[in-house]
Design a protein around this ligand. Structure first.
Ligand code: 3PG
Length: 217
């Protein structure tokens, strides 16, 4: 039996839930219970940032032990990152920006990429690489909802995942925009909750996030 997971599109990753949690893990022992807690709250697409030495091991553990979760790799910056992420079980990638080399690696290796953009020129460069589903980063610092509204004129076909400075209090306004498919943020996984193993608390945050908007069927 072929157990290879069905490939996802970036838009499918964005439409699975209103929020993609941005996760920074310093301890391997947190990975599996955290993923289980988020899945219990309705959040399956998990962005594990490649910012800690434990990140790849955490991704491997979640991919192996939490089949309901879909592991993504965040903070992709190079072709080597893409290769490492794929070998650790990543099924999608997120990057703070975009280079032609990063786009090529993801395309060649079959990793759906949600690349960061912050300007109209960034969007046009992403479109040159065939990418129309983009992370807006750092969203609230760079212009927030007003900039997304301005981009909807020249780029009506582009869907965004605003990330950076997004939280439960401003996510609803962003999600109401026609060019926002989901938002990203670290607020679902507070460092203190991780340290204390407050998995029910994280599930509660995930449930609140899931309720921000029903998933697209
Ligand atoms: C990050 O860079 O860590 C992400 O964009 C998340 O930002 P946030 O902590 O403001 O949600």
């Amino acid at each position: 039996m072929d157990l290879t997971p069905t490939p996802l599109t970036t838009l499918q990753v964005m439409q699975a839930a209103p929020v993609i949690p941005v996760i920074v893990l310093h301890e391997l022992r947190h990975a599996v219970p955290l993923a289980q807690a988020l899945v219990a709250g309705g959040i399956r697409m998990l962005e594990i940032t490649l910012r800690t030495p434990q990140a790849l091991d955490c991704m491997r553990a979640i991919a192996a032990e939490v089949p309901e979760a879909v592991v993504g790799a965040g903070t992709l910056r190079s072709s080597a990152d893409v290769d490492a992420a794929l070998h650790a079980g990543a099924r999608f990638g997120v990057s703070p920006g975009l280079t032609p080399a990063l786009a090529r690696s993801c395309r060649e290796l079959g990793l759906p990429l949600l690349p960061g953009v912050a300007t109209a020129s960034d969007i046009m460069a992403a479109q040159e690489q065939g990418l129309q589903a983009l992370k807006f980063f750092p969203a609230m610092q760079a212009g927030g909802p007003a900039l997304l509204k301005a981009w909807h004129g020249p780029f009506p076909e582009v869907m965004f995942c605003p990330t950076g400075g997004v939280h439960a209090g401003n996510a609803g306004e962003l999600l109401a925009l026609p060019n926002v498919a989901c938002v990203g943020g670290s607020w679902l996984v507070p460092g203190q909750a991780l340290e204390q193993g407050d998995w029910p608390g994280i599930t509660a945050l995930a449930r609140q996030a899931t309720a921000l908007r029903p998933a697209v069927p």
